[in-house]
Design a protein around this ligand. Structure first.
Ligand code: ADP
Ligand code: MG
Length: 312
């Protein structure tokens, strides 16, 4: 069977069915991080791999930006659990046309963001490969009461995002088309670690936006056994992203719902707790219902889409 018949998530589900649990494992496959018992805290573990041509492009990313992104995407998953990062392992496969100075620069990017987010690199692996591949493992921690799972959304919660969406894909499509415009965010994404820490005591479910709002809301609903209504006119898209869409004659809503790599946080919170998060940037985009995941735009249509590495 071809992989695209199952898709990325169908494949992960198929593999997950064969994996057994073990004492001490609070959450295995199926959330942004694995969650492990650790005294009065939980340990969080996550890994993300960046493949040349898929996750970065050596023609337009500087090596420093590649290093930067490889750390940010992992810390974003720690932020989505309400936790903080501590330790990192870095593995690199290096092709023939990459020299020592290029790797030095990748590491400068890694070290710069690691310092910013409190991550210490403690090991890794270095090998040769046909193309440049970087895999990062991050280990972090979260207080038990602050753990935020995808599966904790409750009917009646509102659905919020921490910032504007579609900005990464706007830059990617501009770069692909060889056009000038808003590419900064795509080249140097940020993650919402500080916001995740502040939100954690108040929210029910949380996830980061790596595959687009449609995909992330569906993950929350599936894991929580609930539905959602997302109001199209409330989905935040910045003027800079809209301008990129005008340049390319594309729909910025598609980038917001299905593009991904914005690394904002999507969370659900009971309405009466919204007063606790007044000081943290957020936009209410919808609400949790009993079943069905819909985009509301006058009428309602099923909220589908999201980035899938095998179905592009
Ligand atoms: P994220 O976008 O938050 O990084 P993914 O969509 O990559 O998460 O992964 C979803 C879940 O599937 C995570 O719990 C991840 O650890 C797990 N997962 C992904 N690939 C594999 C794999 N090859 N084997 C086991 N678990 C996997
Ligand atoms: Mg994630």
């Amino acid at each position: 069977m071809k992989i695209d018949e199952l898709g990325e998530f169908g494949l992960i589900d198929r593999l997950a069915e064969r994996v057994e649990s073990k004492e001490g494992l609070i959450k295995g496959i199926g959330d942004d991080c694995a969650v492990l018992e650790d005294g009065d805290m939980y340990t969080l573990m996550t890994t993300d791999m960046l493949v040349s041509g898929d996750h970065f492009n050596r023609d337009w990313h500087t090596p420093k930006q590649i290093g930067n992104k490889s750390i940010v995407v992992n810390i974003s998953d720690i932020a989505a659990m309400g936790g903080y990062p501590e330790w990192g392992l870095i593995s690199i496969a290096i092709p023939d046309d990459v020299d020592v100075e290029y790797i030095d620069e990748i590491y400068s990017g890694m070290l710069e963001v690691s310092k910013e987010y409190g991550l210490t690199i403690i090991g890794g692996d270095t090998t040769h490969g046909d193309i440049l591949v970087i895999n990062v493992v991050v280990v972090g921690k979260v207080e038990k009461e602050n753990l935020c799972l995808r599966g904790d959304a409750k009917v009646g919660d509102v659905v919020c995002v921490t910032g504007d969406l579609g900005k990464s894909w706007a830059g990617l499509d501009l770069l692909r088309a060889g056009k000038e415009g808003y590419t900064e965010y795509h080249l140097e994404p940020k993650c919402r670690l500080k916001e995740g820490r502040k939100l954690a005591p108040h929210v029910n479910a949380m996830i980061d936006v790596s595959d687009g709002l449609a995909s992330e809301v569906n993950h929350i609903c599936r894991e929580s056994g609930v539905g959602a209504l997302i109001h199209k006119e409330k989905v935040p898209i910045s003027e800079k992203t809209k301008e990129a869409a005008r340049i390319l004659d594309k729909d910025p809503m598609f980038w917001a719902l299905s593009g991904g790599e914005d690394f904002e946080l999507v969370f659900t919170i009971p309405k009466d707790r919204l007063s606790h998060i007044k000081d943290i940037d957020h936009i209410v985009v919808g609400e949790i219902t009993e079943d069905g995941v819909y985009l509301v735009d006058g009428g309602k249509t099923e909220l589908k889409g999201g980035y899938d590495h095998f179905r592009i």
